[in-house]
Ligand binder design. Structure first.
Ligand SMILES: *Cc1c(COP(=O)(O)O)cnc(C)c1O
Length: 383
């Protein structure tokens, strides 16, 4: 743990987001909180504790490592679903502890069956269907066979879910592709039904799909970015605003990231600042250094672009972001000194830095920037 910066996660902001989402989806839809990527950088242990406190009892992770952390933190009080990687060596632990997991190929289905038999405990699986993302999942033409297999192995396999994932529901430009996926997914269910077998739950929606295609909500939604208070893309946000005829963002950012001024100095006009020549002072300037860099997850792509807040004013990152340090322009801030709070994400007075505020082009950057925030930065839950 280092003291260069601190991440705060706000309990009441998350609570409001969850309330909004539950109201949007209705009581019948299970809300699974997606916490892969260290809970999108928020800090997995702290975040799931807080989310549990806010009424979340279903978590989706990517792999066994994350599942173990959630399990160690909350034990059997919650459902844990692995959407991605399970190494063969880990299947035993997964089944033993009733961890649910996606199965997207015959190999894993066979492995799960074998281990379930050995343990005399059912494997709880979510059968993933390939509907057009072309990443993972059973092809439609294999569904009949799989259905028969599941019927044969029903003593070993608990067919909990039928699921898929959409390839870009956050952009209208993918409308045709996503619509095709929804169609194919429904077809998979129909094939299953024709064999007399049905999953307990059907699920397909991530944040974007849950907003853009309400029919994808089904029995459960897998919600990442929205619960953290961010929109999957500007398009999804605008679509929401138009539909609701409102101008108010119902979401609140959960994360704040703060550091401090390490030193302040003056630079003469015409001097270059930092490595190389990417920034030249056009006037006499006052600059401040902040003890944070790309090794902590402050992306190098924010060189000469990032915005931070100091003493209630917005400042720009100048020069390249270094491994452990960055430089900001504080020329316009009258009083600035060593130790002043530097807000990288969050609010000071009436100004705010949302995660992607430096880039209007791609909100996908939200995901990347959040997950890059170093695990070694201390996380603190605030009210
Ligand atoms: C990451 C992920 C989600 C959540 O995505 P958001 O856009 O953050 O809501 C849902 N489903 C799967 C399979 C995922 O990998």
């Amino acid at each position: 743990m280092h003291k260069n910066s601190v991440i705060e996660i706000n309990q009441s902001a998350h609570k409001k987001n969850i309330e909004f989402l539950k109201k949007t989806y209705g009581k019948k839809v299970i809300l699974s909180s997606v916490v892969k990527g260290n809970a999108y950088g928020h800090g997995l242990v702290e975040f799931v504790k807080m989310a549990y406190h806010n009424g979340i009892t279903h978590f989706s992770v990517f792999d066994v490592e994350e599942a173990k952390i959630v399990y160690d933190t909350l034990k059997n009080s919650v459902t844990i679903m692995i959407m991605g990687f399970v190494a063969d060596d880990d299947i035993q632990w997964v089944i033993k502890n009733n961890i649910e997991f996606f199965v997207f190929e015959r190999y894993r289905l066979a492995k799960a069956t074998k281990m379930a038999k050995k343990l005399q405990q059912k494997a709880i699986i979510h059968l993933e269907i390939e509907t057009g993302m072309n990443r993972t999942g059973f092809e439609i033409k294999t569904i009949s066979k799989v259905a028969q297999y599941l019927i044969k192995e029903k003593e070993n396999i608990h067919f909990k879910g039928l699921c898929t994932h959409y390839a870009g529901a956050e952009s209208i430009s993918n409308y045709y592709r996503v619509s095709k996926q929804i169609e194919l997914f429904n077809k998979a269910e129909t094939i299953m039904k024709s064999h007399g077998i049905q999953p307990e739950l059907k699920h397909s929606a991530c944040s974007a799909a849950s907003m853009m295609y309400p029919e994808t909500r089904m029995d459960l939604v897998r919600i990442g970015i929205l619960q953290y208070g961010l929109w999957p893309s500007p398009e999804v946000f605008v679509t929401y605003l138009n539909a609701k005829k409102t101008k108010n963002d119902p979401l609140q950012r959960v994360i704040s990231w703060k550091s401090e001024v390490m030193s302040v100095k003056r630079v003469k006009s015409g001097e270059f600042i930092g490595y190389g020549t990417s920034f030249m002072a056009k006037d006499h300037m006052k600059i401040a250094t902040v003890p944070l860099g790309y090794s902590h997850g402050y992306s190098r792509s924010l060189s000469n672009q990032g915005r931070v807040l100091v003493n209630g004013q917005r400042c720009i990152v100048i020069g390249t972001v270094n491994m452990n340090m960055l430089t900001i322009d504080v020329s316009d801030i009258e009083h600035v000194k060593k130790g002043d709070v530097v807000t990288l994400i969050g609010t000071q007075k009436n100004l705010s830095i949302s995660v992607a505020s430096f880039s209007d082009y791609s909100n996908q950057l939200n995901y990347e920037l959040l997950t890059r925030i170093s695990k070694t930065i201390p996380r603190k839950i605030t009210e």
